[in-house]
Design a binder for this molecule. Sequence first.
Ligand SMILES: O=c1ccn([C@H]2C[C@H](O)[C@@H](CO)O2)c(=O)[nH]1
Ligand SMILES: [Zn+2]
Length: 137
Amino acid sequence: MDKQTLINYAKEIWNQAYVPYSHFNVGAALLTKDGKVFKGCNIENAAYPVSCCAERVAIFKAISEGETEFSQLAVIADSDRPVPPCGSCRQVMSEFFEPDMEVIVTNMKGDVKSMTVEELLPFSFTSEDLAEGQSNS
Ligand SMILES: O=c1ccn([C@H]2C[C@H](O)[C@@H](CO)O2)c(=O)[nH]1
Ligand SMILES: [Zn+2]
C-alpha cells in the first residue's frame, strides 16, 4: 500500500473523533504486514486524562483482534506541522512495533514526515529491561 492510501484511511476516521473538549480531531491508520488496516480516532472524556489518542485506539483495536505484525502507521490532524504523537503513544508503539517500523505523520495541508519508532522514542523502556531487572533481584 502506498503512503498516501494509508494517510487517506487516517483522514477518513479523522471525522469520527469525539473531541468536545479539545476540538482537535486526530485520525490514525495502522497497516498490518498482511495488508489489513485498523483505523483509530481520538476519544475524549469529561474526566480529561481518561481520553485516548487516535494512535492508541488504532493499535488497541488491532491487538484486540489478534494482530501482531505491523508495517506502517499514519497519523493526521489539522495541525500546523505534521502532528507529533504524544509520549504515551510513543511508549505503546515501542511495545508493539519493531524499532525500524515507519510512522508517517502528516497534516491537512499535506505536509508529510516519516520517522521510525526508534527515532520517535530512543532508549525506550522495554520488556527486555524488565527481564534484566528480575534476573538481578
Ligand atoms: O498525536 C496525537 C496528539 C494528540 N491527540 C489527541 C489527544 C487529545 O484528544 C487531543 C488534544 O491533545 O488530541 C491524539 O489523538 N494524537
Ligand atoms: Zn498519544
